[in-house]
Write a protein that binds this ligand. Structure first.
Ligand SMILES: CC(C)=CCC/C(C)=C/CC/C(C)=C/CC/C(C)=C/[C@@H]1[C@@H](COP(=O)(O)OP(=O)(O)O)[C@]1(C)CC/C=C(\C)CC/C=C(\C)CCC=C(C)C
Length: 634
């Protein structure tokens, strides 16, 4: 019996209360199962969503419902019994309550570990379309069949063991019970079971299993329970751990993790494929989850899946702050934000990485044309309401994007949720990128001569991004009044500018050295007796001799940028608390993890000189965790 260490089962023929010291047993949960459960609860609590609670309740109910009849049967038929002295008393269908509690706590702990490890993943990118009649489609069908066959053979063998009623009975009973569930879960979620990273499949099975093996061994060595020699093989995994026990813990953890993977597979289908599921309830019913799992993989939208995979890869490689923050958003909002990030990133990179200004202008022109086509169908009604682009216009935009942009960029453009986003911030963003084209070797300060210029630039390249993010939030979590929405947009835009000031303060050296650009208003430079040219020169290798003087001036300029960043941040951070509740904590994470760069710069940590500030991974995680818990006090 797998859960014996918690309960101290003793086979009937050996039942003797002297085998099981009573003082060990009621404390087993306190000593072994509750501490890891409490620790994981503390760690995961700030990340926990309503969907997670639903998932935990769903899985625990199934685990208890699936285990209780089997366990009860074993007890009622006297295959197992337990010394009454070691249990508290109450039972459910003859199963002691402590045993039932074990079913719950094991499911809960393994689930929390799984959720923690799976948090960074966007599950939609692990879906695979299986086109009918193709090699790829057949490959997946063979893999599915292969797994089904292997588990079916194990079931057949298990039935033989049980029928023989000998030393393999216990082994057979474990397999006969667990394998059909595994067969079902494999049949529904084989794609995810094969494709998810091992941190989401192997690790959440291996860690709790190993823990239970060790605990089981300790319990055995203390003589708290015994397995009947008549029903066990006698094989041990290591001294003190029967192979049946080891298998039981392994299979129960496999069942829990396979169940969670199937749940996530269903949610991924629902969230990733709006063409099949235009709207999805926050807590999908079990029936909807099953329907999603049964949706033929040949009908998946592989363009959308690929676009998402490219966008996630882009986000992961280009921005650690927003990658961390993205993990805290949920469902379709998370997907739309990642695609929006990808759009902003590719647009910025197309222009920044152009071989010459002419090429950069050509890309800008194409991006504008794409927006013109996407929004071309907008119609303003006499009452001022806007009817969004029609399918015809989407079709034209698609055709244009396919012809005008490289494949990996084209898919991001096509997935941009233009029906949800206003066009003005997107055009403004392009205007911001256009300002970057005004930086030339003969004009290294480009369009930035005054503070007002810098504010305008910030509002175009970052204020707009914030407004687009807030629009997505309000679309996915409706209910904000028009007046509040306007206030949020205003505050968001200001917060975007704060982030842009931080960005400029961080990249002063990189922009000077690599692009010959100086984003510092000329009026500020004058106060430090610098010009844009001498500022850029200060970063070049030749100028390293007069380090001290330049460093002081650089520190003063950077400090002014940071002052403006913090001023705007302080003024607007309260507004985050007026966002829909589901988006507050994630938005705090996005803003705080970026503003941490500003804090590091202010502290002078590592990057206040000519280098680029980075926030150490552990501090980034801590800042994110703190922001999730509640508003950050300054
Ligand atoms: C969680 C998640 C995936 C969020 C996505 C956010 C998003 C869409 C970001 C786009 C970033 C981007 C590439 C924009 C292009 C223009 C640009 C470079 C802007 C600067 C970003 C810095 O990114 P990074 O450091 O990676 O860039 P470089 O390496 O220097 O090229 C910006 C500083 C702008 C970022 C601004 C925001 C994300 C807006 C944040 C504000 C809010 C979300 C509003 C908060 C709400 C209230 C109510 C106050």
């Amino acid at each position: 019996m797998g859960y014996d260490y918690a309960l101290v089962y003793v086979p009937a023929q050996q039942h003797d209360s002297s085998d099981a010291p009573a003082d060990h047993n009621p404390h087993s949960h306190l000593t072994y199962t509750l501490p890891p459960a409490c620790l994981l609860t503390l760690l995961y609590a700030p990340l926990c969503t309503k969907l997670d609670l639903y998932r935990i309740a769903f899985l625990t109910t199934i685990a208890v419902a699936a285990t209780v009849p089997w366990d009860s049967y074993l007890i009622r038929t006297h295959i197992w019994t337990y010394p009454p002295a070691v249990i508290l008393g109450p039972t459910l269908l003859a199963i002691p309550l402590e045993e039932v509690f074990f079913f719950v706590i094991q499911t809960y702990t393994t689930t929390l570990l799984y959720l923690l490890l799976a948090k960074p993943l966007l599950h939609g990118i692990y879906l695979v379309r299986e086109p009918r009649g193709t090699r790829e489609g057949k490959k997946w069908q063979y893999l599915k069949l292969g797994g089904q066959l292997a588990v079916a053979l194990a079931i057949k063998q298990a039935i033989t063991f049980v029928r023989a009623a000998g030393t393999r009975t216990y082994l057979g009973l474990i397999l006969v019970w667990a394998a059909p569930f595994l067969w079902l879960l494999w049949s529904l979620a084989y794609q995810f079971l094969l494709r998810l990273p091992l941190t989401s499949t192997f690790l959440p099975v291996a860690l709790p299993t190993l823990y239970l093996w060790v605990v089981d061994t300790v319990a055995l060595k203390r003589g708290t329970w015994v397995i009947s020699p008549a029903t066990k093989t006698g094989i041990v995994l290591w001294e003190g751990l029967e192979i049946e026990e080891a298998l039981f813990f392994l299979l129960t953890n496999c069942l829990i993790v396979f169940g969670l993977v199937a749940f996530d597979n269903a949610i991924a289908v629902l969230h990733t494929l709006p063409s099949h599921y235009p709207s999805v309830p926050a807590l999908p019913s079990p029936l909807l989850l099953v329907k999603a799992l049964l949706l033929p993989a040949s009908t998946y939208d592989d363009d959308r899946i690929l676009a998402l995979a490219q966008s996630v890869a882009r986000l992961k490689s280009k921005s650690r702050s927003f990658y961390l923050a993205s993990a805290t958003f949920q469902g379709r909002l998370r997907i739309d934000l990642i695609i929006l990030y990808s759009f902003c990133r590719v647009a910025d990179d197309l222009i920044d990485h152009s071989a010459d200004p002419a090429e950069a202008r050509a890309w800008l022109q194409k991006l504008k044309l794409f927006l013109d086509l996407s929004y071309g169908g907008d119609e303003v009604k006499p009452n001022g309401s806007v009817v969004k682009a029609t399918d015809r216009n989407q079709g034209q935009a698609t055709l244009f994007a396919v012809r005008a942009f490289p494949d990996d960029i084209m898919l991001t453009l096509l997935m941009l949720p233009t029906p949800i986003l206003d066009k003005e911030p997107l055009y403004e963003l392009l205007k911001g990128f256009e300002m970057d084209l005004l930086f030339t070797p003969s004009n290294p300060s480009g369009p930035i001569k005054s503070e007002a210029d810098l504010d305008l630039y910030g509002s175009r390249v970052a204020g707009t991004v914030a407004m687009l993010c807030i629009q997505l939030v309000m679309h996915h979590y409706p209910g904000t009044s028009a007046a509040d929405a306007q206030r949020l947009m205003q505050a968001g835009s200001e917060m975007g500018i704060a982030l842009q000031y931080t960005n400029i303060a961080r990249d002063l050296g990189v922009d000077a050295r690599e692009s010959g650009r100086c984003y510092v208003p000329s009026s500020w430079l004058k106060r430090e007796k610098l010009t844009p040219e001498s500022f850029i020169h200060g970063f070049t290798a030749r100028a390293r001799g007069d380090d001290g003087v330049f460093r002081k001036k650089l520190a003063a300029v950077r400090s002014r940028l940071l002052d403006r960043a913090f001023e705007r941040y302080e003024r607007n951070r309260e507004a985050i608390e007026a966002l829909p509740v589901e988006a507050r904590a994630p938005m705090r994470v996005a803003v705080e993890s970026y503003m941490q760069i500003a804090r590091e710069l202010r502290r002078g940590g590592g990057a206040a000189g000519r280098g680029r500030a980075t926030v150490p991974g552990w501090r980034r995680a801590w800042v994110g965790w703190r922001a999730l818990v509640g508003p950050v006090r300054s």
